[in-house]
Structure formats: structure tokens, C-alpha cells
Design a protein around this ligand. Structure first.
Ligand code: ZN
Ligand code: ZN
Length: 378
């Protein structure tokens, strides 16, 4: 999620405008509840003026209780540093300094994080500054801290904002739609290529990236075997990001201990790339498009000659074209994909070169016999 979205979001709830007391009072939005409290507290209202030492004293007493998941690290007349940590990934250090005429001027705010994206932090800093400016002349420290804590709670996708902006900038085309659903902590994709579409939600778990994204609510007009491929592979990619290899032999001896990696970008890259290329890929045997342009004509019967098969390297063939190619010599060294030259591997065709050779010889002998019979009949 970008800070711009967040800004618009808060703007649309009225946070940045001078709505009446009535508005805040009626609003049930959690971001606004902070406001409700102060407004109702009085002016009657306006909070009691405090000098800085008094405000810092107040902070020492109340920080932990008032700002969820916070830890006061430094608290002096020069600098306040508070760590707010929702999860390992959603951790921010809020560093506050005081201009000479504080609180007539707003706090100097700096947000630091080893995990969250700089662009997001810059955006959030600006929003916090605006928030502080609304309380000139009043204590601002707790307000800003609470604001950051709430922001992290209400924007769970902030932990993958960098991945989301990479997806937007480098992977999507103009027909694709991506929607961020902060409430359900999911990213919704609507991917298109020609007349084909694939829609899904990628759910970001609370402990992301230690747990991988879950792909849900898929809906598509690709043949069902391809929906299974898209869903199955994307799920497997996500799992591999967060679990060490099942086959321990594959791990080099001196390899560092396994660390979970963010899985949204790898899983989304797979889906977007294949949804965009499959509808226009040609069969390397007959050179025709594998999928018909009109998805309504797509072949769903897996035994049909024109059913589209995906082999392990990811390339597509018509069922009959692949089957004929695999049964035709040369067999030495195993059959290779005609596009990428990887060994052909597919559940339906578990042929060793020897067996393929034997079957080929048998078929040739039968064909010769048949030809002889035909010759005889002529
Ligand atoms: Zn073909
Ligand atoms: Zn290939």
C-alpha cells in the first residue's frame, strides 16, 4: 500500500478537514475515535496546557498503557524515542524532537524501520506532521504515538507495500486491476489477457512474512486444469518461501539457517506472468495457438487431442502434438522441450528413453506389417 492511498483514505473519512463536533461524535470509524475523545473532553475541551517536562513526565507514566505495543526507549528534554512493534515486520521507531518554541510549533518527527519501506515511512511521517499541526499549543507527543500505532493496526498491508508497488509498476498491464483490502488484509487481483481472465485474492497473514500468502477466491475462464495449475503452483511458491526444502540433501552443508522470505511478489509474479502469456502461446509442434481465442471454445476434456498440456518447464503443447512428439525418435538422452530444451516431464507421460524406443520399434513393425497387407490387397 502506498502512503498516498492511506492519505486519501484518512482524507475521505474527514480527518483532515474541519468537520463539526457532531460529525466526529456520530462517526464510528476507529481512526476518528481519538478525535471524539479530545473534542468531547472539552474546550470545554481543549486539553490542559503542559510545559515540556510535565508532558514528558506524563508520557513516562502513560506511554505503555495508552500507546498499544509500545516501548519507551528514550525520554529526555531533547529527544523521545518510542518503539512500536505489532509484529517483527511491522515495527517502527518514532523519534521526536522539540523545536525551541514547542508546543507553539509542531514536533519534529522521524520514523525509522528496518523492515518497512522508506516510501511508506515518508508518507506516514507527513501525515503525522499534519496531525501534530492540528494541536499547536497543546501536548502532541502521545497523540502522534497513538496515531502511528493505529495506522499500523488499520493498515496491515503496510508490511508488503514495497512488493505491492513493484507489482504495480513492473508486472501489471493496463487491463489488470489490483485492489488493496486493508480490512481483510488481502490484495485482490483481476488479471486479463485477451478474452481470458483469472481473479483471486492473496491473503496476507498477521505474521507475514514468516507465514506465506494464501491464495483464495479464485475465479477464472481458463480450463479447470489450468486453474488448478495456477492455484497449486502459486501456493507451492508461497510455501517454499517460508518452509525449508523438504529434501534435506538439497541444502548445501555450510548453508546459513533457513530464513522465511516475503512470498507475495514471487507468487504474484508467477500468476501474472503465466496468465499474460498462456493465452497467446503457440504449440511448438503444430505452431498454432494452444488456446482458442474465444475461451468458450476452450477444450476441457483432458483426453481430447486439442486439450492444452503444460509440461514441467512451463511450456504448452496440444495433447496429441505432445503425445506424437514423445513417441517419435530420436529418443537418445530423453525427449527435450522444443522451446527450452529441458527434459520433458509430465505426469501423463512417464516414458523412459528405452521404453519409448521399444514402443517405437513395435509400432514400426506393426506399420510395416499393415503396409505389407495393404500391398498384398492392391
Ligand atoms: Zn499443436
Ligand atoms: Zn520448455
Amino acid at each position: 500500500m502506498t502512503w498516498k492511498n492511506c492519505y486519501r483514505y484518512t482524507k475521505s473519512t474527514g480527518l483532515h478537514t474541519n468537520h463539526s463536533r457532531q460529525f466526529f461524535h456520530e462517526s464510528s470509524h476507529p481512526l476518528l475515535q481519538i478525535k471524539v475523545k479530545y473534542l468531547l473532553g472539552g474546550r470545554r475541551g481543549r486539553r490542559r496546557r503542559m510545559d515540556l517536562p510535565e508532558e514528558l513526565q506524563h508520557l513516562r507514566r502513560l506511554c505503555h498503557a495508552k500507546v498499544q505495543d509500545s516501548k519507551l526507549v528514550t525520554c529526555t528534554n531533547e529527544i523521545v524515542r518510542v518503539e512500536i512493534s505489532k509484529t517483527k515486520e511491522k515495527t517502527v521507531a518514532v523519534v521526536l524532537q522539540f523545536p525551541e518554541d514547542y508546543p507553539t510549533h509542531e514536533l519534529l518527527i522521524e520514523l525509522r524501520s528496518k523492515t518497512l519501506d522508506d516510501k511508506l515511512l515518508n508518507g506516514l511521517t507527513k501525515i503525522c506532521e499534519e496531525e501534530a499541526r492540528k494541536y499547536l499549543g497543546e501536548p502532541q507527543i502521545l497523540l502522534v504515538l497513538k496515531f502511528v500505532s493505529k495506522f499500523l493496526d488499520e493498515n496491515p498491508l503496510c508490511c508488503c507495500s514495497k512488493e505491492i508497488s513493484t507489482i504495480k509498476q513492473t508486472l501489471l498491464n493496463e487491463k489488470d486491476i489490483i485492489k488493496l483490502k486493508q480490512k481483510s488484509s488481502s490484495v485482490s487481483f483481476s488479471l486479463k489477457e485477451g478474452e481470458y481472465y483469472f481473479n483471486c485474492d492473496m491473503n496476507i497473514p498477521h505474521d507475514y512474512p514468516d507465514s506465506g500468502v494464501m491464495i483464495e477466491n479464485t475465479n477464472s475462464n481458463f480450463p479447470s486444469s489450468f486453474c488448478r495449475v495456477f492455484l497449486g503452483h502459486a501456493t507451492e511458491i508461497s510455501r517454499k518461501c517460508v518452509e525449508p526444502p523438504l529434501n534435506k540433501k538439497k541444502i548445501p552443508k555450510n548453508a546459513p539457517p533457513f530464513q522465511p522470505k516475503p512470498s507475495l511478489l514471487p507468487a504474484a509474479t508467477f500468476l501474472i506472468q503465466y496468465v499474460h502469456t498462456y493465452p497467446i502461446q503457440n504449440c511448438p509442434v503444430c505452431k498454432l495457438r494452444c488456446f482458442p481465442e474465444n475461451p468458450e471454445h476452450a477444450v476441457h476434456d483432458e483426453k481430447d487431442d486439442l486439450h492444452v498440456e503444460r509440461i514441467l518447464c512451463g511450456h504448452l503443447y496440444h495433447f496429441k502434438c505432445l503425445s506424437d512428439y514423445l513417441k517419435t525418435p530420436p529418443f537418445a538422452g530423453g525427449k527435450k522441450c522444443l522451446i527450452c530444451h529441458d527434459r520433458v516431464s509430465h505426469d501423463k507421460y512417464k516414458l523412459t528413453p528405452e521404453l519409448a524406443e521399444a514402443r517405437w520399434a513395435h509400432q514400426q513393425a506393426r506399420d510395416r506389417e499393415l503396409e505389407e497387407v495393404v500391398d498384398f490387397l492392391l
